[in-house]
Design a protein around this ligand. Structure first.
Ligand code: SAM
Length: 300
């Protein structure tokens, strides 16, 4: 028997209607993190059609706009003038202007200025429309191979070593994946501290120069990451995202017991001795117990 003709028709069209900006609306527009091709068609339409583009660095944004043949009116919104700029932008929105907010690279407000402008626009009752696109943290996560069902975006760690170590100790028991941004001049010290405080057995993804010519993705154990970085000076150059596994499961099962044991020992002994005894008593992981001991000591 013949099969009946499939009645479904599929309309295929390459036509694309350009997105046009609406008056009195703030558009939060993601821009490339390196490769200038990484900008959406909708972002280009909106940048073309808004009245004003509020940019972290107007020269940087001009380069992107020139590349795409867009000429727009630019105003500066950077971390030193953001509060004043937020007032200027809300004034423009109130006057019916459409405004696009961009940062130097990636998504505004993510370790970049933008949050104050958005908050002011929302508080004044203006429409705020996100235009998603490049973001270094998400790009690194997507290529990490880690289960990213739960992750904690930590941004930049403090630049001072003591504060950085304290911040890492606070994160040591976190079970979600940890995502950090880091600068090239701190990358080696930062990874050494992560290894000492989070434990060398965890896996890390070092994502360097994403979307650029020298893009490098290296996944290894934390205790092997320092050696890899030292292996070639180019590996310590550029922009970095670090994705680190969360605290391992075993430590989760009996955190109260290990913590209780450590509290008692720390009250009587120096930290190293307390940790060594806690390892014997609980059978726990030395690095994890060390991180926990650091945290308890800082808390007390
Ligand atoms: N708003 C941006 C975003 O959405 O990703 C982040 C801006 S923050 C000021 C800059 C930091 O992001 C860099 O120091 C680096 O840690 C990370 N980053 C930005 N671009 C990157 C790239 N192409 N490769 C790796 N990391 C990058």
């Amino acid at each position: 028997m013949d099969h009946p003709q499939n009645p479904v028709t599929v309309e295929v069209s390459n036509a694309r209607s350009a997105a046009a900006a609406c008056p009195g609306t703030l558009y939060v527009v993601a821009t490339p993190i390196g490769n200038l091709g990484d900008i959406t068609l909708r972002a280009l339409d909106i940048l073309r059609s808004v009245d004003v583009i509020a940019a972290e660095d107007t020269r940087m944004t001009s380069r992107l706009l020139n590349r795409h043949g867009i000429s727009g009116r630019l105003i500066a919104v950077h971390e030193h003038n953001e509060r004043r700029a937020a007032e200027t932008v809300t004034g423009m929105l109130a006057g019916g202007k459409a405004v696009a907010l961009v940062s130097d690279a990636g998504t505004p407000g993510i370790s970049d200025p933008g949050a104050q402008v958005v908050a002011a626009a929302r508080a004044a009752g203006h429409a705020v429309v996100p235009l998603p696109g490049a973001n270094a943290a998400v790009a690194a996560l997507s290529a990490s191979g880690f289960d990213a069902a739960r992750f904690l975006f930590c941004g930049f760690l403090p630049s001072r070593p003591a504060e950085r170590r304290r911040a890492l100790a606070e994160l040591a028991a976190e079970r979600a994946l940890l995502v950090f941004y880091e600068a090239p001049h701190r990358i080696a010290d930062c990874i050494a501290d992560m290894c000492a405080i989070l434990g060398g057995g965890r896996e890390i993804l070092i994502a360097r120069e994403l979307t650029k010519l020298h893009e490098t993705l290296r996944r290894c154990r934390l205790d092997a990451a320092g050696e890899w970085l030292q292996g070639d000076e180019h590996r310590r150059r550029g922009e970095f995202v670090l994705v680190v596994e969360g605290a391992p499961g075993a430590a989760r099962e009996e955190p109260d017991k290990a913590e209780g044991v450590l509290r008692v020992l720390l009250a009587e002994l120096p930290l190293k001795q307390a940790v060594a005894l806690a390892v014997q008593l609980t059978g726990g992981n030395r690095n994890e117990l060390y991180s926990l001991a650091l945290r308890l000591k800082q808390e007390s």
